[in-house]
Design a protein around this ligand. Structure first.
Ligand SMILES: Cc1cc2nc3c(=O)[nH]c(=O)nc-3n(C[C@H](O)[C@H](O)[C@H](O)COP(=O)(O)OP(=O)(O)OC[C@H]3O[C@@H](n4cnc5c(N)ncnc54)[C@H](O)[C@@H]3O)c2cc1C
Length: 538
């Protein structure tokens, strides 16, 4: 059995450095949008903006992906976004689809959950996929769309200006400068941009150390998330098991705050732990590392024309799979707003709503992540007593099962947003203004199977459930008419939206519901659209 040394595993995908003519310019060349960081978040954002027709320069200090092992779980909402970007299918085809979680206390099952009990959604509740595959698909798509990716281009300095930022970039052939109309900081948890701007983190650092091991083996366990509190094979701590593609299994073992990182990563220490868990030694270690984590954020995500997304703006523990998922959702929230601003269709204050909406989402993620972490790794005797009592009760009563927190998994944020039009009618649906549109199976005009979200796409749209009355007329509004453009044969779309004949739903370009009416009129729709451009903002 061989264990590659941490940090020395061969990169899965490498890309070369190449010189760009911007490096030879006498004056810094002005670019509309420069994204720093080709992690999953920067890549996904660049793809979104490119799909909206804008030139995007994406710089990254590395020239490879796949050296480490990080994210594996991607949520339904993220998959829906990735699908719109053109990479949902390869991710789902390659990934391990799952929706069931089992939680054990010692060796007894105490709780089981199903993250998507109903049918009628294009995307599954979750997939497991090594982060380097996700990044690889995104790099391919970005390149195909013409995003200019500049590898081995490291941002080393920046000067904020009234209309953007001038950045200094180091390359193997020396430094150069770029003049950015907008600078998007997607440079991860160690964000250079954050450090250069002197922005402080606010939040908590957790001391417990966790060992992750990616283990290659043929195993017949089901594709489910299995979590143990104090299992017999790992006394006093917690353990987590996830299946990944290529017969790779992710094992997460809590080691406590005093674990010695160097010692614990040695094969002679890792292998016995895993042998004890699996009760055999027919496995190969593919990757081992130790990590601690933080639940924290910077105060503001928007600083003039410098905007932070992903880990550069906020970080969480991995237990709810909220890191990359929420970062990709940041990018989606920002892209359509920035596109309107760049097109001159909205003022810059629209970008403030990115700050408001995604700050609230980050707070929610941090809250969930902190609570999960406190439950998994209690920091006081009192927390431990509460945890043990909840686990003991959960064996006997259903209500205590809801207190078991092995990581509440990523769900999309519900925006309490100044862009949403308050309801004037009564509705009975969780899909309310500020919520992502629910998906549903539909038929297109030719009678082919299709999905509601595919038809909403990435543009602002009005969905009308007609009742025979004349449709409201709104200039320049893209409209989907039920029974004509798409048909809701199963009735699931109407059910999930609580639509009645005559209802209309206005969706933002990120598929979030902005407004709904039982009896729409052109004036109300026009006003809701102006609100979406930030015209009602104070
Ligand atoms: C063990 C573990 C498990 C996890 N599991 C999950 C999970 O299941 N699901 C999930 O959603 N998330 C998970 N996460 C979190 C996820 O990995 C991160 O949230 C995600 O990588 C953040 O993406 P990002 O693009 O914001 O940042 P990063 O992935 O860190 O990318 C930042 C990029 O910026 C580049 N860069 C940095 N500085 C500069 C500079 N000065 N100039 C140019 N480029 C620069 C870096 O090279 C890098 O490519 C997990 C994390 C860990 C550690």
């Amino acid at each position: 059995m061989t264990l590659p040394e941490t940090g020395e595993r061969k990169a899965l995908f490498t890309f070369g450095y190449s010189r760009h003519s911007d490096q030879d310019a006498a004056q810094p060349v002005r670019r509309r949008v420069v994204v720093v960081g080709a992690g999953p978040v920067g890549l996904a954002f660049a793809v979104d903006l490119r799909l909206r027709g804008f030139d995007v320069v994406l710089v990254d200090d590395a020239d490879r992906i796949g050296e480490g092992s990080r994210g594996i779980c991607y949520s339904k909402r993220t998959l829906e976004i990735l699908d719109r970007y053109g990479v949902g299918k390869p991710c789902v085809d390659k990934g391990v689809v799952w929706k069931i979680g089992q939680v054990f206390s010692r060796d007894e099952l105490v709780y089981q959950f199903d993250l998507l009990p109903e049918d009628g959604h294009k995307m599954p509740a979750f997939i497991n996929l090594q982060q380097y595959y996700l990044e690889h698909y995104l790099v391919e798509r970005a390149a195909e769309l013409g995003v200019e990716i500049r590898w081995r281009n490291k941002l080393i300095a920046l000067t904020q200006t009234n209309d953007g930022a001038i950045i200094d970039i180091e390359t193997p052939e020396g430094p150069y400068k770029l003049d950015c109309e907008w600078l998007i900081a997607a440079d991860g948890a160690r964000s250079t941009i954050r450090a250069l701007m002197g922005l402080e983190w606010r939040g908590e650092v957790f001391e417990d150390r966790f060992l992750i091991a990616d283990v290659k083996m043929k195993e017949a366990f089901p594709s489910e998330r299995w979590f143990w509190f104090e299992p017999p094979f790992h006394h006093g701590h917690s353990a987590l098991l996830h299946k990944q593609p290529d017969d790779v299994w992710r094992i997460d073992l809590q080691l406590g705050p005093d674990a010695d990182a160097r010692e614990e990563q040695k094969p002679e220490n890792v292998i016995p732990r895993i042998r004890q868990m699996l009760k055999h030694d027919k496995f190969e270690l593919e990757w081992v590392s130790l990590y601690t984590f933080q639940c924290r954020r910077i105060d503001r995500f928007v600083h003039g024309r410098i905007v932070f997304i992903g880990d550069a703006a906020h970080q969480v523990s991995p237990f709810g799979a909220r890191g990359a998922n929420s970062g990709i959702q940041d990018g989606e929230n920002l892209a359509w707003k920035l596109a309107l601003v760049l097109n001159g269709e909205a003022g810059e204050k629209l970008i403030e709503t990115y700050n408001d909406e995604r700050s609230a989402a980050a707070d929610e993620n941090i809250l969930h992540s902190t609570r999960s972490t406190d439950f998994i790794a209690p920091r006081s005797r009192q927390e431990l007593r509460f945890r043990d009592a909840a686990l003991a009760l959960a064996r006997k009563t259903a209500f205590a099962q809801r207190m078991i927190n092995s990581g509440r998994l990523s769900t999309p944020a519900l925006y309490d947003s100044a862009l949403s039009t308050p309801d004037r009618d009564k509705w009975n649906s969780p899909a309310r203004p500020g919520a992502v549109a629910p998906d549903a199976p539909m038929r297109d005009a030719k009678g082919n199977d299709t999905w509601l979200l595919d038809n909403l796409g990435g543009v602002e749209k009005l969905l009308v459930f007609p009742n025979g009355a004349a449709l409201p007329k709104v200039d320049g509004m893209q409209t989907l008419v039920g029974g004509k453009d798409i048909t809701d044969e199963s009735g699931l779309a109407a059910h999930r939206l609580d639509a009645t004949p005559g209802s209309a739903f206005l969706f933002r370009a990120d598929q979030v519901l902005a407004a709904r009416w039982r009896k729409p009129d052109s004036a109300a729709i026009g006003e809701a659209r102006r609100r979406l451009r930030g015209e009602m903002l104070p």
